[in-house]
Design a protein around this ligand. Structure first.
Ligand code: NAI
Length: 327
């Protein structure tokens, strides 16, 4: 099977070359998929895409005209695909529903620890021979209340880690996971979670219902000085409302691995360019904000699983079998 890979980074090419079925012929392109770049898929039966590739109705229509039949997402989330249009046009869309929930959960806990104990500031200080502790005061995680929104694969791992720190863990999810209750966490409503949580971390998918779940109204219900963590999808958070809440000190700490407008920024080296996104630039001015560029998934173990599962998905379809990871 010939597969055209969009948004390829060096590490994607290395991983697919190392861990995929040799029967797959990969063509690696660095361009992000959009209406302008989609023509590169001409002559390919399958394409492989990532989180910020655009698969809206016009792009899907063009891909169909070019002869593409299979879309293999090398990620879990599929909010960037217009699924009803894709199925109407007869595409088979597959994804990697679970590759390493630990990778993302551990990164989110890393953000919590870093914001709390200010490792990023300490690292810079000690490299300057500055061993002053003023401004580095943290708090114990032990005994704090953490609100987890979404107890699927990643949220469940995060709950387990945080319970291990001795936190009280309150969870919100329309589906109760008995494993989470057995571990010692409690399910509550959002209305109960907001005023009690010292830390709130998001692990739910981006859907039409969850866009801007964190907004001016929900922020008003939270504790003053709350720590907010988002490793899920950027648009779960209304960034402008969050900036207001940072200015008023309602939010005391903000850790983001995802950002609403990340498609124009993340996965690229823009260090010699002027960033025109003023909302993002404002975020970076706050001393209590820590942003990573959608790297929560990025571990060796996750890259191996992503490559193997994407390859297995494509090989199943090539053999005419039904793939269980079809959306
Ligand atoms: P999952 O599908 O296993 O779990 C999601 C959970 O959220 C489900 O239990 C679902 O019932 C719940 N949920 C849905 N809507 C909700 C709402 N409005 N409020 C509360 N809970 C809600 O998904 P998984 O694997 O745990 O991934 C979660 C999200 O993490 C993905 O949708 C993806 O957007 C993001 N992700 C981010 C990565 C990164 O590198 N930053 C990597 C992988 C995933």
């Amino acid at each position: 099977m010939k597969v055209c890979v969009f948004s390829t980074q060096k590490y994607d090419e290395q991983a697919f070359t190392q861990w995929s079925d040799p029967a797959i012929e990969w063509t690696f392109l660095s361009q992000k998929l959009d209406l302008a770049s989609a023509h590169a898929a001409d002559g390919f039966e399958a394409i492989c895409v990532f989180v910020n590739d655009t698969l809206d109705a016009p792009v899907l229509q063009l891909l169909k005209e070019l002869g593409v039949r299979v879309i293999a997402l090398r990620c879990a989330g599929f909010n960037n695909v217009d699924v009803p249009v894709a199925s109407q046009l007869g595409f088979t869309v597959v994804r990697v529903p679970a590759y390493s929930p630990q990778a993302v959960a551990e990164h989110s806990v890393g953000l919590i620890l870093c914001l709390d104990r200010k490792f990023h500031k300490a690292y810079n200080r000690t490299r300057d021979d500055n061993f002053d502790l003023n401004g580095l005061l943290g708090f114990n995680l032990h005994g704090k209340t953490v609100g987890i929104i979404g107890t699927g694969r990643i949220g469940t791992v995060a709950a387990k880690i945080l319970l291990g720190f001795g936190c009280r863990v309150l969870c919100v999810d329309p589906v109760t996971n008995p494993q989470v209750i057995d571990m010692g966490a409690e399910y509550v409503s959002l209305e109960e979670l907001y005023p009690q949580a010292d830390i709130i971390s998001l692990y739910c998918p981006l859907t039409p219902d969850s866009v801007h779940l964190i907004n001016q109204q929900s922020l008003a219900k939270m504790k003053d000085g709350v720590m907010l963590i988002n490793t899920s999808r950027g648009a779960l958070v209304d960034t402008k409302a969050v900036i207001k809440a940072l200015k008023s000190a309602k939010i005391g700490y903000l850790g983001l691995d995802v950002y609403e407008q990340e498609a124009d920024l993340f996965f690229k080296d823009l260090s010699d360019q002027i960033i025109s996104d003023e909302v993002f630039q404002r975020l970076l001015t706050f001393p209590n904000v820590l942003i990573t560029g959608h790297q929560a998934f990025f571990t060796v173990e996750a890259m191996e699983q992503i490559s193997r599962i994407t390859s297995d998905n494509l090989m199943m379809l090539a053999r005419g079998e039904t793939c269980p990871n079809t959306i």
